[in-house]
Design a protein around this ligand. Structure first.
Ligand code: ATP
Ligand code: MG
Length: 390
């Protein structure tokens, strides 16, 4: 329960809209509507936009400036994404387009109650695990693994909420892999990081049918402000409070923002292959990490993609060359991998029984299980105990 009941003020012209909001507020049994005799400030203002947008926005800004802890929800008969974005940038927490959906208002009010409870108890919510996926060379399979691993976490139903972040600049192609048509991308975050909070982020994420929340890369190079170490730090803080797992398609970049992700990640998956140029690059990356002083060796997981038995270079050769254990292998199956991309679907939805799918779900499982699972699997991969724990 909230220690002090929060007061909700309505400034709504449309009578039907007003009635529905009033009913929903009353049904929470925790919030109460503002009464005439109330003299103190309201904790939440639900405001309906009129014809004069500029006047409305300047009024909202005044309200926001007047009380830092109060929140504003807007409703409007207009459905215009630029209106929504402007409102979010100002600090408006929710935007309901009309006709209103009662469930949407209920959900927003419950989130408002949770934010107040967290603020009163000093709780900052969860701290999601960050999994950064880096290709040792272009085409290593980072995006295939990022997308299917993220979906695999949800499918395994062992984690609550999963976000997928594409850090590939304008070459990012996650929307293609998942048939998404995103309205927003991370340039909304890097443009004005100080406006970004949990609510802003949740409003710009694109939801996939699986429940995966995706923050894609900008589609063009001229439309974005490059992320910095600071913007990434702020974004990751927010994402960790909102999600249980954050999967990042880190591509191959080593700029400041990418290094910050590597530094913060709980697991860095280095995607390689039993192929000399891939192993050569992987070796260079490991040396580079050593030189940087992070991530620690136990957080670097080498994943060999396109694995098939009987190749000239064996798993053991790779382990010796890299002087690092091999965390996981993903079967070579171009037909399935490319067909999933062509249909914009996850591999598990088009080929649930394929080895590549089993490997990807197994990888999700192993990352969830953590270190305990590691030892057993290493035994299995190499068939001998001396690999365990390396
Ligand atoms: N295990 C696999 N077996 C066979 N083909 C695969 C496998 N994984 C990925 N591929 C194929 O390799 C190609 C490149 O994959 P993907 O786009 O995931 O790589 P990437 O590392 O993200 O590439 P980029 O460097 O362009 O971002 C795709 O055609 C994909 O279908
Ligand atoms: Mg890619």
């Amino acid at each position: 329960m909230l220690k002090i009941p929060a007061i909700v003020e309505l400034e709504v012209k449309n009578h039907a809209v007003e009635q529905m909001i009033e009913r929903t507020v009353q049904s929470t049994n925790i919030l109460r509507l503002r009464k005439k005799e109330d003299t103190g400030p309201s904790h939440l203002l639900i405001y309906e936009m009129g014809e004069d947008e500029e006047k409305d926005f300047s009024y909202i800004q005044t309200k926001l400036n007047a009380s830092e802890s109060a929140e504003i929800f807007l409703t409007s008969a207009k459905t215009d994404s630029s209106l929504l974005l402007r409102a979010m940038r100002m600090g408006v927490k929710e935007f309901f387009t009309q006709p209103l959906q009662e469930a949407e208002i209920q959900g927003a009010l419950q989130s408002f109650i949770k934010r107040r409870k967290d603020a009163q108890s000093g709780s900052h919510g969860k701290k999601g695990k960050i999994i950064d996926i880096i290709g040792s060379k272009g085409g290593a399979g980072s995006t295939t693994i990022a997308v299917n691993l993220a979906a695999g976490f949800l499918r395994k139903n062992k984690t609550g909420s999963v976000a997928l972040l594409d850090m590939n600049g304008f070459f990012g192609d996650i929307p293609l892999f998942l048939s998404l048509d995103p309205l927003y991308n991370w340039s909304e975050v890097t443009k004005d990081i100080h406006r970004v909070d949990e609510t802003f982020l949740m409003n710009i994420l694109t939801r996939h049918a699986s429940g995966l929340c995706v923050l894609p890369a900008p589609p063009t190079s001229n439309s974005y402000v490059f992320p910095t170490a600071d913007t990434i730090e702020h974004l990751l803080d927010i994402m960790q409070r909102l999600f249980d797992v954050i999967v990042i398609d880190g591509g191959q970049s080593f700029d400041d923002a990418s290094l910050k992700i590597i530094e913060r990640a709980d697991s860095v998956l280095l995607i390689s292959s039993l192929d000399l140029p891939f192993l050569h690059n992987t070796h260079k990356m490991l040396k580079n990490f050593d030189y940087l002083g992070y991530p620690s060796k136990d957080r670097i997981r080498i994943v060999l993609n396109r694995y098939k038995k009987g190749t000239e270079i064996s798993l053991d050769d790779a382990r010796k060359t890299l002087d690092h254990s091999i965390f996981w292998t993903v079967a070579n199956d171009y037909k399935t991998a490319s067909s999933a991309i062509n249909h914009g679907k996850t591999i598990s939805s088009i080929a649930p029984d394929s080895m590549i799918n089993k490997n990807l779900l197994g990888l999700a499982d192993r990352l969830i299980k953590g270190e305990e699972g590691d030892k057993k699997k290493r035994w299995h991969l190499f068939g001998r105990r001396k690999d365990a724990g390396k």
